[in-house]
Design a protein around this ligand. Structure first.
Ligand code: ZN
Length: 326
């Protein structure tokens, strides 16, 4: 089933990109109200097993923003977005976006997926990945592989601390298409220019230690990449498989647990190719619903792990309970 659907995903990946739009950190800062959550407490972490793999989810931060309809369902009326939120017991005028980097200890490797907002967000209460790792008994030096699902600021922000690589002993894995897009001089003067600056500062200096991959790539034994383009040009997701258990790290395939899952076709401001992102969303979550496979989405409500049930027009999010504990 997975093999079959991987091929379907490549089809979605082949769609041409049109007028890429990029969320910039500056644009975010204006729209967002920071949430200084429990600053004195260690950040939330959550640990569970997927077969023989230990999975640790870290809450790097969370932000409340106004006007959900200006981010999700941008091709819908504000009333339609508000109605769906209200029907799901959510406020209509604000939403919370949280950030969930994931550490996977396979026994042979310690693989980190995405690096959070990094030092630039600390004053607003974000960038808490390293603190979270420490609370769970890991140091940055323990990380042997850093996987970047894509190169938006909330995923690459933690790669550097004080101009030095945060994860001193790690090699890196990232999508070839993603890297090629962001380092291309053609981004100058486009909406992606600001994002490119982040990539040139945080990612490009590490290129010599990077493996550039595409659909079907093996990161380490039991971790396989799948192309899921659209949110960004080379956005990739990763399947964990160990001892008959599996978990798909869907990164930013869907960015709101109600709006993006119940209405996968609704356009999202952060999706650089909106049509490709919607097509990928449907393919990935159709596969998860059909196979009844669990997933972890970077922006799902912490600890960001759940299942989807197919509805008439989309999917219902069912948060994980004790499925991995017994
Ligand atoms: Zn993101």
């Amino acid at each position: 089933m997975i093999e079959l659907n991987r091929r379907v995903l490549i089809g979605g990946a082949a769609m041409a990109l049109s007028a890429p739009m990029l969320m910039t950190r500056a644009a975010h800062a204006q729209a967002d109200t920071s949430m200084n959550i429990d600053h004195a407490m260690p950040p939330e972490t959550h640990r569970f097993k997927v077969g023989g793999f230990e999975v640790l989810v870290i809450k790097d931060g969370a932000r409340a923003s106004d006007k959900p309809q200006e981010t999700f369902g941008t091709n819908q009326t504000p009333e339609a977005v508000g109605e769906l939120l209200a029907a799901n017991f959510l406020p209509q005028d604000k939403f919370v976006n949280s950030f969930a980097p994931v550490l996977v200890n396979t026994g042979a490797d310690v693989v980190l997926f995405d690096t959070g907002l990094g030092p630039a967000a600390r004053a607003q209460g974000g960038g808490r990945l390293i603190e979270g790792l420490a609370a769970a008994g890991y140091t940055p030096e323990d990380v042997t592989v850093v996987v970047l699902t894509h190169m938006h600021g909330d995923h690459i922000g933690g790669l550097m601390e004080n101009g030095k690589p945060t994860f001193a002993n790690a090699r890196y894995v990232t999508g070839q298409a993603e890297y090629d897009f962001w380092v291309d001089p053609a981004r100058a003067g486009t909406p992606a220019e600001n994002g490119q600056k982040g990539v040139l500062a945080n990612v490009k200096p590490l290129a010599e230690k990077m493996t550039f991959v595409g659909d079907g790539a093996s990161v380490v034994s039991g971790i396989t990449g799948m192309a899921a383009f659209g949110h960004s040009p080379g956005h990739m997701i990763y399947m964990l498989e160990s001892d008959g258990k599996s978990l798909l790290l869907t990164a930013d395939t869907a960015n709101h647990f109600v709006l993006s899952l119940q209405k996968p076709e609704w356009e999202v401001r952060f999706d650089m190719d909106k049509a490709a992102a919607a097509a990928t969303r449907k393919k990935v979550f159709d596969m998860l619903a059909t196979d009844r496979t669990a997933f972890l989405g970077y922006h799902m409500p912490f600890p960001a792990v759940g299942f989807v049930e197919k509805l008439d027009t989309g999917y219902r999010y069912v948060p994980k309970a004790y499925q991995f504990d017994i």
